[in-house]
Design a protein around this ligand. Structure first.
Ligand SMILES: Nc1ncnc2c1ncn2[C@@H]1O[C@H](COP(=O)(O)OP(=O)(O)O)[C@@H](O)[C@H]1O
Ligand SMILES: [Mg+2]
Length: 253
């Protein structure tokens, strides 16, 4: 589904991602791990169109999407969440998800203020769809809350809900468990599996190794921008390069 071919990006003298090649098959939950500063978020930014790589090619279902703007990549079926929560904090929970739906609508977010009959019907469809997604993400009782009034874990779930609103084929999750307690993390694992069961391919960046090892099918490990290992969770936990990269202490599962 997604092919990364020799992706490199340089920021001044720093090579944040260095000749990374990887293939993510349709239907998998694919983990992307590595120590802080390894280049994980930067790779997400390249896949989602925030940055164009210095060199290399990104193919999505055989289409070259390298350097396309984020809205086009989103329209093709790649959606993401952010390492730092990136919601419209003063808008309601429902509105946050409805904004995510607008990439799918014909009239678009600006035309919708004109409120023709057709647009009103479309708006109602979007509202219904958004509520369905919020039910799926276990936020149905919070639809009218202001986003900033949600708990941290709920805000992370709302980010995922908004990302799902554009009906993606592939979902990129950047540290979705950050700041979550144990119970929230277990729920998140279930949610990730539930999303995957809907046929959505998932690319997961996460520091919580227990979660990563439990939920992913395949894992790619980055260190200083380079791919140092690829395999299933069992292989990765035994991999010497990976153990060395994690300060010799191994991965604490
Ligand atoms: N826009 C940028 N300008 C300069 N350096 C950047 C930029 N974005 C990321 N970096 C650097 O690239 C490296 C990789 O960062 P990042 O992808 O955020 O790592 P990770 O998500 O794996 O912790 C870091 O050294 C970071 O400081
Ligand atoms: Mg990061």
């Amino acid at each position: 589904m997604l092919t990364l071919q020799n992706i490199t990006i340089k920021f001044g003298g720093l090579t944040a991602v260095n000749e990374v090649t990887a293939a993510i098959e349709t239907g998998v939950i694919f983990g992307l791990i590595g120590p802080n500063g390894a280049g994980k978020t930067t790779l997400f930014n390249i896949i989602s169109g925030v940055y164009a790589p210095t060199s290399g090619t990104v193919l999505f279902n055989d289409q070259n999407i390298t350097g396309l703007p984020p809205y086009k990549i989103n329209a093709l079926g790649i959606s993401r969440t952010y390492q730092n929560i990136n919601l419209f904090s003063k808008m309601s929970v429902l509105e946050n998800v409805m904004v995510g739906c607008h990439t799918q609508s014909d009239s678009g977010i600006f035309a919708s203020v004109l409120r023709t009959k057709a647009q009103q019907i479309e708006e109602n469809t979007i509202k219904r769809k958004s509520i369905e997604i919020l039910e799926f993400m276990n936020l149905a009782d919070k639809v009218n809350y202001t986003a900033s009034n949600l708990s941290y874990g709920e805000q992370r779930r709302l980010e995922i809900a908004r990302a799902l609103a554009s009906a993606p084929k592939m979902l990129l999750l950047d540290e979705p468990a950050a700041g979550m307690n144990g119970r929230e993390k277990e729920e998140l694992s279930e949610t990730i599996r539930k999303i995957n069961a809907k046929g959505i391919t998932i690319l997961l960046v996460e520091h919580d190794m227990k979660l990563v090892m439990n939920v992913t099918h395949q894992i790619c490990v980055l260190n200083y921008g380079k791919k140092i290992a690829f395999g299933d969770p069992e292989q990765i936990q035994k991999d010497e390069n990976v153990i060395a990269a994690y300060l010799g202490g191994g991965i604490d599962v």
